[in-house]
Design a protein around this ligand. Sequence first.
Ligand SMILES: Cc1cc2nc3c(=O)[nH]c(=O)nc-3n(C[C@H](O)[C@H](O)[C@H](O)COP(=O)(O)OP(=O)(O)OC[C@H]3O[C@@H](n4cnc5c(N)ncnc54)[C@H](O)[C@@H]3O)c2cc1C
Length: 494
Amino acid sequence: MERIQADAVLVGAGVMGATLATLLQQLEPGLTVLILERLEQVAAESSAALNNAGTGHGANCELNYTPIGAHGGPNLHKALAINGAYEQSLQFWAALVEQGVLSGPGTFLHQLPHYSLVWGEEEVAALAQRQQHMAALPQFAGMAFSRDHRALWDWLPLVMEGRSAGEVMAATRYGRGTDVDFGALTESLVHWLQRQPGVELRLNHALHKLRRRADGGWRLDVDQGGKRVQVDSPFVFLGAGGGALLLLQRAGVPEARGYAGFPVSGQWLICQTAPLIDRHWGKVYGKAPVGAPPMSMPHLDSRWISGRRGLLFGPYAGFSGKFLKHGSWLDLPASVRPHNLLSMVGVGLRERRLVGYLLQQLGQGPKERLASLRRFLPQARPEDWRLAVAGQRVQIIKQEPGRGAQLKLGTELVATGDGSLAALLGASPGASTAVTIMVDLLRRCFPQRFQSGHWPQRLAQLLPYDPATAGPDSASALAQCRQRCDTILGLREV
Ligand SMILES: Cc1cc2nc3c(=O)[nH]c(=O)nc-3n(C[C@H](O)[C@H](O)[C@H](O)COP(=O)(O)OP(=O)(O)OC[C@H]3O[C@@H](n4cnc5c(N)ncnc54)[C@H](O)[C@@H]3O)c2cc1C
Protein backbone atom coordinates (compact mmCIF):
# COMPACT_ATOMS: atom_id res chain seq x y z
CA MET A 1 0.00 0.00 0.00
CA GLU A 2 1.26 3.46 -0.89
CA ARG A 3 1.77 5.85 2.04
CA ILE A 4 1.94 9.65 1.63
CA GLN A 5 2.41 12.59 3.99
CA ALA A 6 1.56 16.24 3.45
CA ASP A 7 1.31 19.40 5.57
CA ALA A 8 -2.22 19.92 4.29
CA VAL A 9 -4.65 17.65 2.44
CA LEU A 10 -7.43 19.28 0.48
CA VAL A 11 -10.21 16.92 -0.54
CA GLY A 12 -11.92 18.03 -3.76
CA ALA A 13 -10.57 20.00 -6.72
CA GLY A 14 -13.43 22.48 -7.08
CA VAL A 15 -13.16 26.24 -6.74
CA MET A 16 -12.99 26.06 -2.93
CA GLY A 17 -10.12 23.58 -2.77
CA ALA A 18 -8.25 25.40 -5.55
CA THR A 19 -8.71 28.76 -3.79
CA LEU A 20 -7.50 27.40 -0.46
CA ALA A 21 -4.48 25.71 -2.04
CA THR A 22 -3.58 28.96 -3.84
CA LEU A 23 -3.94 31.00 -0.65
CA LEU A 24 -1.74 28.53 1.24
CA GLN A 25 0.95 28.73 -1.45
CA GLN A 26 0.76 32.52 -1.44
CA LEU A 27 1.10 32.67 2.35
CA GLU A 28 3.53 29.79 2.95
CA PRO A 29 5.18 28.56 -0.25
CA GLY A 30 7.15 25.91 1.68
CA LEU A 31 4.04 23.94 2.72
CA THR A 32 3.40 20.60 1.08
CA VAL A 33 -0.19 20.42 -0.14
CA LEU A 34 -1.91 17.32 -1.50
CA ILE A 35 -5.16 17.75 -3.45
CA LEU A 36 -7.31 14.62 -3.75
CA GLU A 37 -10.00 14.48 -6.42
CA ARG A 38 -12.27 11.48 -6.96
CA LEU A 39 -13.06 12.29 -10.61
CA GLU A 40 -10.66 12.17 -13.53
CA GLN A 41 -10.69 15.94 -13.99
CA VAL A 42 -10.84 19.05 -11.82
CA ALA A 43 -13.93 21.28 -11.49
CA ALA A 44 -16.37 18.71 -12.83
CA GLU A 45 -18.99 19.12 -10.08
CA SER A 46 -20.68 22.38 -8.92
CA SER A 47 -17.75 24.52 -10.04
CA ALA A 48 -18.11 23.46 -13.71
CA ALA A 49 -19.47 26.34 -15.78
CA LEU A 50 -22.64 24.55 -16.86
CA ASN A 51 -23.40 23.29 -13.37
CA ASN A 52 -23.80 26.74 -11.79
CA ALA A 53 -25.23 30.07 -12.92
CA GLY A 54 -21.87 31.84 -13.23
CA THR A 55 -23.03 34.92 -11.37
CA GLY A 56 -20.33 36.96 -9.73
CA HIS A 57 -22.59 37.47 -6.72
CA GLY A 58 -22.15 41.11 -5.80
CA ALA A 59 -25.76 41.06 -4.50
CA ASN A 60 -26.57 43.85 -6.97
CA CYS A 61 -29.85 42.61 -8.36
CA GLU A 62 -30.50 39.20 -6.74
CA LEU A 63 -33.71 40.00 -4.87
CA ASN A 64 -33.28 37.12 -2.41
CA TYR A 65 -30.38 38.98 -0.74
CA THR A 66 -32.55 41.99 0.18
CA PRO A 67 -35.59 40.72 2.08
CA ILE A 68 -38.09 43.24 3.40
CA GLY A 69 -36.96 44.29 6.88
CA ALA A 70 -39.00 45.02 10.02
CA HIS A 71 -39.21 48.74 9.05
CA GLY A 72 -40.90 47.84 5.75
CA GLY A 73 -37.90 48.77 3.60
CA PRO A 74 -35.24 46.41 2.22
CA ASN A 75 -32.83 44.86 4.70
CA LEU A 76 -29.41 45.37 3.09
CA HIS A 77 -27.33 43.57 5.70
CA LYS A 78 -26.83 40.36 3.69
CA ALA A 79 -26.37 42.19 0.39
CA LEU A 80 -23.57 44.31 1.87
CA ALA A 81 -21.82 41.27 3.34
CA ILE A 82 -21.98 39.39 0.02
CA ASN A 83 -20.89 42.47 -1.91
CA GLY A 84 -17.88 42.89 0.40
CA ALA A 85 -16.98 39.22 0.02
CA TYR A 86 -17.11 39.47 -3.76
CA GLU A 87 -14.78 42.51 -3.68
CA GLN A 88 -12.32 40.23 -1.84
CA SER A 89 -12.55 37.65 -4.64
CA LEU A 90 -11.95 40.33 -7.29
CA GLN A 91 -8.95 41.65 -5.36
CA PHE A 92 -7.47 38.17 -5.02
CA TRP A 93 -7.90 37.41 -8.71
CA ALA A 94 -6.36 40.81 -9.55
CA ALA A 95 -3.33 40.05 -7.35
CA LEU A 96 -2.93 36.68 -9.07
CA VAL A 97 -3.16 38.27 -12.54
CA GLU A 98 -0.46 40.78 -11.53
CA GLN A 99 1.80 37.93 -10.46
CA GLY A 100 1.12 35.97 -13.65
CA VAL A 101 -0.52 33.14 -11.66
CA LEU A 102 -3.72 33.70 -13.62
CA SER A 103 -3.16 34.64 -17.21
CA GLY A 104 -5.89 36.35 -19.20
CA PRO A 105 -8.77 37.22 -16.82
CA GLY A 106 -10.99 37.27 -19.93
CA THR A 107 -10.88 33.47 -19.89
CA PHE A 108 -13.05 33.37 -16.77
CA LEU A 109 -14.42 36.87 -16.03
CA HIS A 110 -16.71 39.20 -18.01
CA GLN A 111 -18.47 42.40 -17.08
CA LEU A 112 -22.11 42.88 -18.03
CA PRO A 113 -25.15 44.58 -16.50
CA HIS A 114 -27.23 42.87 -13.84
CA TYR A 115 -30.99 43.52 -13.71
CA SER A 116 -33.86 42.87 -11.31
CA LEU A 117 -37.20 42.45 -13.07
CA VAL A 118 -40.64 42.51 -11.43
CA TRP A 119 -44.30 42.72 -12.38
CA GLY A 120 -47.37 44.29 -10.71
CA GLU A 121 -47.81 47.58 -8.81
CA GLU A 122 -46.81 46.19 -5.41
CA GLU A 123 -43.54 44.65 -6.64
CA VAL A 124 -42.75 47.70 -8.76
CA ALA A 125 -43.11 49.96 -5.71
CA ALA A 126 -40.91 47.63 -3.61
CA LEU A 127 -38.24 47.59 -6.33
CA ALA A 128 -38.27 51.40 -6.57
CA GLN A 129 -37.75 51.60 -2.81
CA ARG A 130 -34.95 49.03 -2.97
CA GLN A 131 -33.17 51.01 -5.67
CA GLN A 132 -33.42 54.26 -3.66
CA HIS A 133 -31.84 52.63 -0.62
CA MET A 134 -29.14 50.83 -2.57
CA ALA A 135 -28.11 53.55 -5.02
CA ALA A 136 -27.43 55.82 -2.03
CA LEU A 137 -24.61 53.49 -0.92
CA PRO A 138 -21.15 53.57 -2.54
CA GLN A 139 -21.32 49.79 -3.09
CA PHE A 140 -24.34 50.13 -5.40
CA ALA A 141 -24.04 53.73 -6.64
CA GLY A 142 -25.19 54.07 -10.24
CA MET A 143 -28.01 51.55 -9.92
CA ALA A 144 -30.88 52.79 -12.11
CA PHE A 145 -34.61 52.10 -11.90
CA SER A 146 -37.25 52.35 -14.61
CA ARG A 147 -40.84 51.33 -15.22
CA ASP A 148 -40.95 53.17 -18.52
CA HIS A 149 -41.32 50.68 -21.37
CA ARG A 150 -39.06 52.75 -23.65
CA ALA A 151 -36.17 52.50 -21.19
CA LEU A 152 -36.90 48.80 -20.64
CA TRP A 153 -36.81 48.25 -24.43
CA ASP A 154 -33.46 49.95 -24.48
CA TRP A 155 -32.09 47.74 -21.71
CA LEU A 156 -33.77 44.42 -22.51
CA PRO A 157 -35.15 44.26 -26.06
CA LEU A 158 -35.65 40.49 -26.12
CA VAL A 159 -37.54 40.58 -22.82
CA MET A 160 -39.85 43.37 -24.03
CA GLU A 161 -40.76 41.85 -27.40
CA GLY A 162 -44.40 40.80 -27.60
CA ARG A 163 -45.63 42.63 -24.46
CA SER A 164 -48.63 44.90 -24.30
CA ALA A 165 -47.85 48.59 -23.68
CA GLY A 166 -50.00 48.53 -20.52
CA GLU A 167 -48.11 45.72 -18.73
CA VAL A 168 -47.03 46.95 -15.29
CA MET A 169 -43.40 46.02 -14.84
CA ALA A 170 -40.09 47.58 -13.81
CA ALA A 171 -36.38 46.83 -13.69
CA THR A 172 -33.27 48.05 -11.95
CA ARG A 173 -30.00 48.05 -13.86
CA TYR A 174 -26.51 47.89 -12.36
CA GLY A 175 -23.70 48.18 -14.89
CA ARG A 176 -20.87 46.70 -12.82
CA GLY A 177 -22.12 43.12 -12.80
CA THR A 178 -20.04 40.09 -13.79
CA ASP A 179 -20.26 36.61 -15.22
CA VAL A 180 -17.69 34.13 -13.97
CA ASP A 181 -16.71 30.79 -15.46
CA PHE A 182 -15.75 29.19 -12.14
CA GLY A 183 -14.69 26.03 -13.94
CA ALA A 184 -12.16 27.90 -16.09
CA LEU A 185 -10.96 29.81 -13.00
CA THR A 186 -10.45 26.57 -11.07
CA GLU A 187 -8.56 24.98 -13.96
CA SER A 188 -6.24 28.02 -14.20
CA LEU A 189 -5.54 27.97 -10.47
CA VAL A 190 -4.82 24.24 -10.53
CA HIS A 191 -2.60 24.67 -13.59
CA TRP A 192 -0.44 27.10 -11.59
CA LEU A 193 -0.58 24.98 -8.41
CA GLN A 194 0.74 21.93 -10.26
CA ARG A 195 3.86 23.88 -11.15
CA GLN A 196 4.62 24.65 -7.47
CA PRO A 197 7.20 22.27 -5.96
CA GLY A 198 5.19 21.51 -2.80
CA VAL A 199 1.84 20.83 -4.46
CA GLU A 200 0.57 17.51 -5.75
CA LEU A 201 -2.78 16.84 -7.42
CA ARG A 202 -4.07 13.27 -7.45
CA LEU A 203 -7.01 12.66 -9.77
CA ASN A 204 -9.12 9.47 -9.46
CA HIS A 205 -8.36 9.44 -5.72
CA ALA A 206 -11.49 9.28 -3.55
CA LEU A 207 -11.31 9.86 0.17
CA HIS A 208 -13.13 6.96 1.73
CA LYS A 209 -12.55 7.19 5.48
CA LEU A 210 -10.59 9.33 7.91
CA ARG A 211 -9.67 8.89 11.52
CA ARG A 212 -7.70 10.75 14.14
CA ARG A 213 -4.15 9.72 14.88
CA ALA A 214 -2.72 9.72 18.37
CA ASP A 215 -0.70 12.90 17.60
CA GLY A 216 -3.91 14.86 16.79
CA GLY A 217 -3.42 14.67 13.02
CA TRP A 218 -5.47 12.63 10.53
CA ARG A 219 -5.06 9.33 8.69
CA LEU A 220 -6.98 9.13 5.43
CA ASP A 221 -7.98 5.97 3.58
CA VAL A 222 -8.05 6.85 -0.08
CA ASP A 223 -9.35 4.69 -2.90
CA GLN A 224 -7.52 4.82 -6.21
CA GLY A 225 -9.55 2.62 -8.56
CA GLY A 226 -9.63 -0.29 -6.10
CA LYS A 227 -6.10 0.30 -4.75
CA ARG A 228 -5.72 1.72 -1.24
CA VAL A 229 -3.56 4.76 -0.52
CA GLN A 230 -2.90 5.94 3.04
CA VAL A 231 -2.36 9.63 3.66
CA ASP A 232 -1.25 11.28 6.92
CA SER A 233 -1.59 14.99 7.58
CA PRO A 234 -1.97 17.41 10.48
CA PHE A 235 -4.61 19.38 8.52
CA VAL A 236 -7.49 18.27 6.30
CA PHE A 237 -10.01 20.39 4.40
CA LEU A 238 -13.14 18.62 3.19
CA GLY A 239 -13.90 20.75 0.14
CA ALA A 240 -15.89 17.97 -1.44
CA GLY A 241 -18.93 20.10 -2.33
CA GLY A 242 -22.12 18.09 -1.76
CA GLY A 243 -19.94 15.17 -0.61
CA ALA A 244 -18.49 17.10 2.33
CA LEU A 245 -21.30 16.26 4.76
CA LEU A 246 -20.87 12.49 4.40
CA LEU A 247 -17.10 12.79 4.85
CA LEU A 248 -17.50 15.03 7.89
CA GLN A 249 -19.85 12.48 9.43
CA ARG A 250 -17.31 9.70 8.74
CA ALA A 251 -14.65 11.69 10.61
CA GLY A 252 -16.70 11.08 13.76
CA VAL A 253 -16.05 14.56 15.20
CA PRO A 254 -18.58 16.06 17.65
CA GLU A 255 -18.84 19.18 15.45
CA ALA A 256 -20.66 17.06 12.82
CA ARG A 257 -23.51 16.21 15.18
CA GLY A 258 -26.91 17.65 14.34
CA TYR A 259 -26.07 18.43 10.69
CA ALA A 260 -28.11 16.89 7.90
CA GLY A 261 -28.35 17.61 4.18
CA PHE A 262 -31.24 18.11 1.78
CA PRO A 263 -30.32 17.81 -1.91
CA VAL A 264 -31.92 20.09 -4.51
CA SER A 265 -31.16 19.38 -8.14
CA GLY A 266 -31.50 21.84 -10.99
CA GLN A 267 -31.99 22.15 -14.74
CA TRP A 268 -31.44 24.96 -17.26
CA LEU A 269 -32.92 25.79 -20.59
CA ILE A 270 -30.06 26.65 -22.94
CA CYS A 271 -30.61 28.77 -26.02
CA GLN A 272 -29.16 27.37 -29.21
CA THR A 273 -30.10 30.16 -31.62
CA ALA A 274 -27.27 32.62 -32.24
CA PRO A 275 -29.35 35.72 -33.11
CA LEU A 276 -31.24 35.43 -29.80
CA ILE A 277 -27.99 35.08 -27.86
CA ASP A 278 -26.67 38.22 -29.57
CA ARG A 279 -29.79 40.25 -28.79
CA HIS A 280 -29.65 39.75 -25.03
CA TRP A 281 -26.99 41.34 -22.87
CA GLY A 282 -27.11 40.92 -19.10
CA LYS A 283 -28.20 38.79 -16.19
CA VAL A 284 -31.84 39.33 -15.30
CA TYR A 285 -33.17 38.16 -11.93
CA GLY A 286 -36.85 37.67 -11.12
CA LYS A 287 -38.40 36.77 -7.79
CA ALA A 288 -38.47 33.24 -6.45
CA PRO A 289 -42.00 31.79 -6.48
CA VAL A 290 -43.80 31.36 -3.13
CA GLY A 291 -42.32 28.44 -1.18
CA ALA A 292 -39.25 28.15 -3.42
CA PRO A 293 -35.80 28.23 -1.86
CA PRO A 294 -34.47 31.76 -2.54
CA MET A 295 -31.68 30.58 -4.81
CA SER A 296 -34.34 29.13 -7.13
CA MET A 297 -35.24 32.62 -8.33
CA PRO A 298 -35.56 32.41 -12.11
CA HIS A 299 -32.95 34.26 -14.13
CA LEU A 300 -32.14 34.86 -17.76
CA ASP A 301 -28.39 34.99 -18.20
CA SER A 302 -25.82 35.91 -20.79
CA ARG A 303 -23.11 33.36 -20.03
CA TRP A 304 -19.57 32.62 -21.17
CA ILE A 305 -18.79 28.94 -21.17
CA SER A 306 -15.37 27.88 -22.39
CA GLY A 307 -14.97 31.33 -23.92
CA ARG A 308 -18.25 31.26 -25.93
CA ARG A 309 -21.16 33.55 -25.17
CA GLY A 310 -24.49 31.81 -24.56
CA LEU A 311 -27.93 32.37 -23.07
CA LEU A 312 -29.43 30.34 -20.20
CA PHE A 313 -32.70 30.38 -18.32
CA GLY A 314 -33.50 28.65 -15.03
CA PRO A 315 -32.99 27.02 -12.70
CA TYR A 316 -35.86 24.57 -12.56
CA ALA A 317 -35.51 22.82 -9.23
CA GLY A 318 -36.03 19.13 -8.61
CA PHE A 319 -35.30 16.40 -6.15
CA SER A 320 -32.64 13.71 -6.32
CA GLY A 321 -31.14 11.68 -3.48
CA LYS A 322 -27.64 12.37 -4.85
CA PHE A 323 -25.36 14.78 -3.00
CA LEU A 324 -23.12 15.20 -6.06
CA LYS A 325 -24.06 15.28 -9.76
CA HIS A 326 -21.80 12.24 -10.20
CA GLY A 327 -22.90 10.84 -6.84
CA SER A 328 -25.11 7.98 -5.69
CA TRP A 329 -28.86 7.80 -4.97
CA LEU A 330 -27.82 6.28 -1.64
CA ASP A 331 -26.13 9.54 -0.52
CA LEU A 332 -29.23 10.89 1.22
CA PRO A 333 -30.10 7.69 3.12
CA ALA A 334 -26.40 7.22 4.00
CA SER A 335 -26.38 10.65 5.66
CA VAL A 336 -29.24 9.84 8.04
CA ARG A 337 -27.97 9.26 11.58
CA PRO A 338 -29.73 8.97 14.95
CA HIS A 339 -28.56 12.51 15.79
CA ASN A 340 -30.03 14.14 12.66
CA LEU A 341 -33.13 12.04 11.90
CA LEU A 342 -35.47 14.16 14.04
CA SER A 343 -34.00 17.39 12.57
CA MET A 344 -34.77 16.14 9.06
CA VAL A 345 -38.31 15.10 9.92
CA GLY A 346 -38.91 18.39 11.79
CA VAL A 347 -37.70 20.52 8.89
CA GLY A 348 -39.64 18.36 6.40
CA LEU A 349 -42.86 18.97 8.33
CA ARG A 350 -42.25 22.67 8.90
CA GLU A 351 -41.02 23.52 5.39
CA ARG A 352 -44.18 22.20 3.73
CA ARG A 353 -44.18 25.04 1.22
CA LEU A 354 -40.67 24.10 0.08
CA VAL A 355 -41.66 20.44 -0.24
CA GLY A 356 -44.76 21.48 -2.19
CA TYR A 357 -42.67 23.69 -4.46
CA LEU A 358 -40.20 20.87 -5.20
CA LEU A 359 -43.05 18.45 -5.96
CA GLN A 360 -44.59 21.02 -8.30
CA GLN A 361 -41.22 21.50 -10.03
CA LEU A 362 -40.76 17.74 -10.36
CA GLY A 363 -44.12 17.52 -12.10
CA GLN A 364 -43.09 20.10 -14.70
CA GLY A 365 -43.00 19.04 -18.31
CA PRO A 366 -41.86 20.97 -21.41
CA LYS A 367 -45.13 22.97 -21.49
CA GLU A 368 -44.78 24.25 -17.93
CA ARG A 369 -41.09 25.02 -18.42
CA LEU A 370 -41.88 27.02 -21.55
CA ALA A 371 -44.56 28.95 -19.64
CA SER A 372 -41.96 30.02 -17.01
CA LEU A 373 -39.56 31.05 -19.76
CA ARG A 374 -42.29 33.06 -21.51
CA ARG A 375 -42.76 35.16 -18.37
CA PHE A 376 -39.29 36.53 -19.25
CA LEU A 377 -39.39 36.08 -23.02
CA PRO A 378 -43.01 36.20 -24.23
CA GLN A 379 -42.02 35.14 -27.74
CA ALA A 380 -39.82 32.19 -26.74
CA ARG A 381 -40.13 29.18 -29.07
CA PRO A 382 -39.42 25.64 -27.80
CA GLU A 383 -37.22 24.82 -30.78
CA ASP A 384 -34.69 27.51 -29.72
CA TRP A 385 -34.05 25.89 -26.34
CA ARG A 386 -32.73 22.59 -25.00
CA LEU A 387 -32.77 21.22 -21.45
CA ALA A 388 -29.53 20.58 -19.50
CA VAL A 389 -28.86 19.27 -16.00
CA ALA A 390 -27.23 21.69 -13.55
CA GLY A 391 -25.19 20.88 -10.43
CA GLN A 392 -26.52 19.48 -7.16
CA ARG A 393 -26.92 21.68 -4.10
CA VAL A 394 -27.05 20.16 -0.65
CA GLN A 395 -28.88 22.54 1.66
CA ILE A 396 -27.88 22.26 5.28
CA ILE A 397 -30.21 21.31 8.09
CA LYS A 398 -28.74 22.29 11.41
CA GLN A 399 -29.76 21.82 15.02
CA GLU A 400 -29.51 25.26 16.65
CA PRO A 401 -29.54 25.80 20.40
CA GLY A 402 -32.96 27.07 21.49
CA ARG A 403 -34.33 27.12 17.91
CA GLY A 404 -34.43 23.44 17.02
CA ALA A 405 -33.66 22.19 13.52
CA GLN A 406 -33.27 24.90 10.89
CA LEU A 407 -32.96 24.75 7.12
CA LYS A 408 -29.93 26.92 6.28
CA LEU A 409 -29.68 28.37 2.83
CA GLY A 410 -26.13 29.71 2.94
CA THR A 411 -22.70 28.13 3.26
CA GLU A 412 -21.35 26.96 6.58
CA LEU A 413 -17.78 26.35 7.59
CA VAL A 414 -17.46 23.63 10.21
CA ALA A 415 -14.08 23.28 11.93
CA THR A 416 -12.87 21.19 14.83
CA GLY A 417 -11.81 23.09 17.95
CA ASP A 418 -8.11 22.35 17.33
CA GLY A 419 -8.37 23.52 13.69
CA SER A 420 -7.05 20.23 12.29
CA LEU A 421 -10.17 19.51 10.23
CA ALA A 422 -12.54 21.82 8.38
CA ALA A 423 -15.45 21.20 6.03
CA LEU A 424 -17.54 23.47 3.87
CA LEU A 425 -21.25 22.72 3.75
CA GLY A 426 -24.02 24.38 1.72
CA ALA A 427 -23.84 26.17 -1.61
CA SER A 428 -25.02 29.76 -1.62
CA PRO A 429 -23.72 32.37 -2.48
CA GLY A 430 -20.93 29.93 -2.96
CA ALA A 431 -18.12 30.26 -5.44
CA SER A 432 -18.23 34.08 -5.61
CA THR A 433 -17.35 34.29 -1.94
CA ALA A 434 -14.69 31.56 -2.01
CA VAL A 435 -11.85 33.89 -0.99
CA THR A 436 -13.61 35.31 2.07
CA ILE A 437 -14.70 31.83 3.18
CA MET A 438 -11.22 30.39 2.76
CA VAL A 439 -9.57 33.33 4.58
CA ASP A 440 -12.06 32.72 7.40
CA LEU A 441 -11.03 29.06 7.39
CA LEU A 442 -7.36 30.01 7.65
CA ARG A 443 -8.07 32.32 10.60
CA ARG A 444 -9.97 29.59 12.41
CA CYS A 445 -7.64 26.69 11.67
CA PHE A 446 -4.26 28.46 11.83
CA PRO A 447 -4.73 31.13 14.54
CA GLN A 448 -1.09 31.01 15.60
CA ARG A 449 0.07 32.05 12.11
CA PHE A 450 -2.10 35.15 12.40
CA GLN A 451 -0.90 35.98 15.93
CA SER A 452 2.83 35.71 15.41
CA GLY A 453 3.54 35.05 11.75
CA HIS A 454 3.69 37.02 8.52
CA TRP A 455 0.28 35.90 7.22
CA PRO A 456 -1.62 39.10 8.14
CA GLN A 457 0.89 41.28 6.26
CA ARG A 458 0.92 39.01 3.23
CA LEU A 459 -2.89 38.90 3.19
CA ALA A 460 -3.01 42.68 3.37
CA GLN A 461 -0.84 42.79 0.24
CA LEU A 462 -3.15 40.40 -1.58
CA LEU A 463 -6.38 41.98 -0.29
CA PRO A 464 -5.55 45.63 0.49
CA TYR A 465 -9.19 46.73 0.87
CA ASP A 466 -11.04 44.96 3.68
CA PRO A 467 -14.73 45.95 3.67
CA ALA A 468 -15.14 44.63 7.22
CA THR A 469 -12.60 47.05 8.67
CA ALA A 470 -12.81 49.96 6.22
CA GLY A 471 -13.02 53.20 8.20
CA PRO A 472 -14.74 56.52 7.59
CA ASP A 473 -13.04 56.88 4.20
CA SER A 474 -14.53 53.61 3.06
CA ALA A 475 -16.21 55.12 -0.03
CA SER A 476 -12.95 56.43 -1.45
CA ALA A 477 -11.06 53.27 -0.41
CA LEU A 478 -13.69 51.18 -2.22
CA ALA A 479 -13.50 53.40 -5.31
CA GLN A 480 -9.71 53.05 -5.34
CA CYS A 481 -9.92 49.28 -4.89
CA ARG A 482 -12.44 48.95 -7.72
CA GLN A 483 -10.43 51.12 -10.07
CA ARG A 484 -7.34 49.00 -9.49
CA CYS A 485 -9.18 45.69 -9.89
CA ASP A 486 -11.06 46.86 -12.99
CA THR A 487 -7.81 47.92 -14.66
CA ILE A 488 -5.99 44.68 -13.90
CA LEU A 489 -8.96 42.42 -14.62
CA GLY A 490 -9.94 44.27 -17.79
CA LEU A 491 -13.43 45.05 -16.46
CA ARG A 492 -15.22 47.90 -18.13
CA GLU A 493 -18.84 48.74 -18.66
CA VAL A 494 -20.06 47.87 -22.15
C1 LIG B 1 -27.41 25.14 -9.82
C2 LIG B 1 -26.33 25.91 -9.13
C3 LIG B 1 -26.15 27.26 -9.41
C4 LIG B 1 -25.14 27.99 -8.76
N1 LIG B 1 -24.93 29.28 -9.13
C5 LIG B 1 -23.91 29.97 -8.58
C6 LIG B 1 -23.62 31.29 -9.03
O1 LIG B 1 -24.26 31.80 -9.93
N2 LIG B 1 -22.59 31.95 -8.45
C7 LIG B 1 -21.86 31.40 -7.44
O2 LIG B 1 -20.97 32.06 -6.93
N3 LIG B 1 -22.10 30.14 -7.00
C8 LIG B 1 -23.09 29.41 -7.55
N4 LIG B 1 -23.35 28.14 -7.14
C9 LIG B 1 -22.56 27.58 -6.03
C10 LIG B 1 -21.18 27.14 -6.50
O3 LIG B 1 -21.28 26.39 -7.68
C11 LIG B 1 -20.54 26.32 -5.39
O4 LIG B 1 -20.59 27.05 -4.18
C12 LIG B 1 -19.09 26.00 -5.67
O5 LIG B 1 -18.89 25.53 -6.97
C13 LIG B 1 -18.64 24.97 -4.65
O6 LIG B 1 -17.31 24.67 -4.90
P1 LIG B 1 -16.66 23.45 -4.17
O7 LIG B 1 -15.23 23.42 -4.56
O8 LIG B 1 -16.99 23.49 -2.71
O9 LIG B 1 -17.47 22.17 -4.70
P2 LIG B 1 -17.41 21.40 -6.10
O10 LIG B 1 -17.14 22.28 -7.24
O11 LIG B 1 -18.64 20.57 -6.14
O12 LIG B 1 -16.13 20.49 -5.93
C14 LIG B 1 -16.08 19.43 -5.01
C15 LIG B 1 -15.09 18.42 -5.54
O13 LIG B 1 -14.89 17.42 -4.57
C16 LIG B 1 -14.80 16.17 -5.22
N5 LIG B 1 -15.10 15.12 -4.25
C17 LIG B 1 -16.30 14.82 -3.70
N6 LIG B 1 -16.16 13.78 -2.85
C18 LIG B 1 -14.85 13.43 -2.86
C19 LIG B 1 -14.10 12.42 -2.21
N7 LIG B 1 -14.67 11.55 -1.35
N8 LIG B 1 -12.78 12.33 -2.46
C20 LIG B 1 -12.17 13.19 -3.33
N9 LIG B 1 -12.84 14.15 -3.99
C21 LIG B 1 -14.17 14.27 -3.75
C22 LIG B 1 -15.82 16.30 -6.33
O14 LIG B 1 -15.61 15.35 -7.36
C23 LIG B 1 -15.61 17.72 -6.80
O15 LIG B 1 -14.65 17.83 -7.81
C24 LIG B 1 -24.32 27.37 -7.78
C25 LIG B 1 -24.49 26.00 -7.51
C26 LIG B 1 -25.47 25.27 -8.18
C27 LIG B 1 -25.59 23.82 -7.92
